[in-house]
Design a protein around this ligand. Structure first.
Ligand SMILES: [Mg+2]
Length: 317
């Protein structure tokens, strides 16, 4: 059988029926034409993943497709946006049919689950790299931003933190023997198939005073939120939500992982203490991990006692 051309492959794997009335024109014209709901603002984010830098060369193509989309949807979640549309720019070393098929399967597994339509794209030849641009909408004035935290607000993080960092350690061949197989699977799943917290982002509209997603590590990302809001915070280490996978790890190192792991893609947010009941009732557990202070800087407590944490400069493994 003759080898299929790149265009043919792209058409075969990436053209899917679009069931979104907001898409006036999708793939096939010079550009997409999208209709925004009345009274809503467009939220736009873009991220590039490069082989060997953002995922190991050994990563499964399905996972690369999933993650390339997930990290962008996570940014929309952090803005409280309804995810709607994406474009995809693929740089490929060659037109490897198996890679493209599996990549597309991973990409669309998440896109279809979240009701997101692919409305445009491009392919070029070169070292493997993937750029996704994600577009969402939010009612005017309701977007979650980083700059709204106020002294006295509570500080929360969704789900669990630290697992993706543990997964990366496992990928590097560390701690393989110390961990039970189930813990290993959890950590690797969190690293390779992050879950964008889109439903939580929507639920936090009008409730969170500031929000961002944890992509570079909780301590570092919290620093961005505090700087944008011109406030500080106290963070209670014993309140950091850790999965059972981290329970097998020495607790001092589990703290470091929870504070510095990139790739967790949980939402970190602040809210007035009046919102505690509503936040406790959210479908996804959100742990109250501290409070916002007028005094600048991030201070760590363990059981209420101030402690030093060596997290400065501990950003990426
Ligand atoms: Mg982000």
């Amino acid at each position: 059988m003759a080898q299929k051309g790149e265009f043919e492959l792209i058409r075969e794997f990436f053209r899917r029926p679009v069931a979104d009335a907001g898409v006036r024109l999708g793939i096939g014209d010079d550009a997409a034409l999208l209709a925004l709901p009345v009274g809503e603002e467009l939220v736009v984010t873009t991220d590039t993943l490069v082989a060997g830098r953002h995922f190991p060369d050994s990563a499964a193509p399905f996972d690369i497709g999933w993650k390339a989309l997930a990290v962008n949807l996570s940014d929309l979640a952090a803005m409280g946006a309804q995810a709607r549309w994406v474009t995809l720019a693929l740089t490929l070393p060659d037109s490897d049919e198996t890679f493209l098929r599996e990549f597309a399967r991973g990409f669309f597994a998440l896109a279809e689950r979240e009701g997101v339509s692919l409305v445009g794209g491009d392919t070029t030849r070169g070292p493997l790299s993937i750029t996704v641009t994600a577009l969402g909408c939010v009612p005017a004035g309701l977007a979650l931003r980083r700059d709204g935290a106020r002294a006295g607000d509570d500080l929360y993080v969704s789900g669990c933190v630290g697992d993706a960092g543990l997964g990366l350690r496992l990928e590097l061949g560390q701690w393989l023997d110390e961990l039970a197989p189930l813990a290993r699977d959890t950590a690797l799943q969190r690293l390779h198939r992050p879950e964008p917290r889109l439903a939580l982002g929507l639920a936090l509209r009008g409730m969170a005073s500031a929000c961002l997603d944890v992509s570079d590590g909780l301590a570092q990302d919290l620093g961005h939120l505090l700087a944008a809001s011109d406030v500080g915070a106290e963070l209670e280490l014993s309140a950091l939500p850790r999965s059972a996978a981290l329970a097998d790890i020495d607790s001092a190192f589990a703290d470091i992982l929870a504070l510095t792991s990139g790739d967790d893609y949980e939402l970190l947010f602040t809210a007035s203490p009046e919102a505690r009941k509503a936040i406790a009732a959210l479908p996804l557990a959100c742990a109250r991990i501290g409070r916002v202070t007028a005094q600048a800087g991030l201070r760590f407590l363990r059981a209420g006692v101030p402690v030093e944490m060596p997290v400065a400069g501990f950003t990426h493994f």
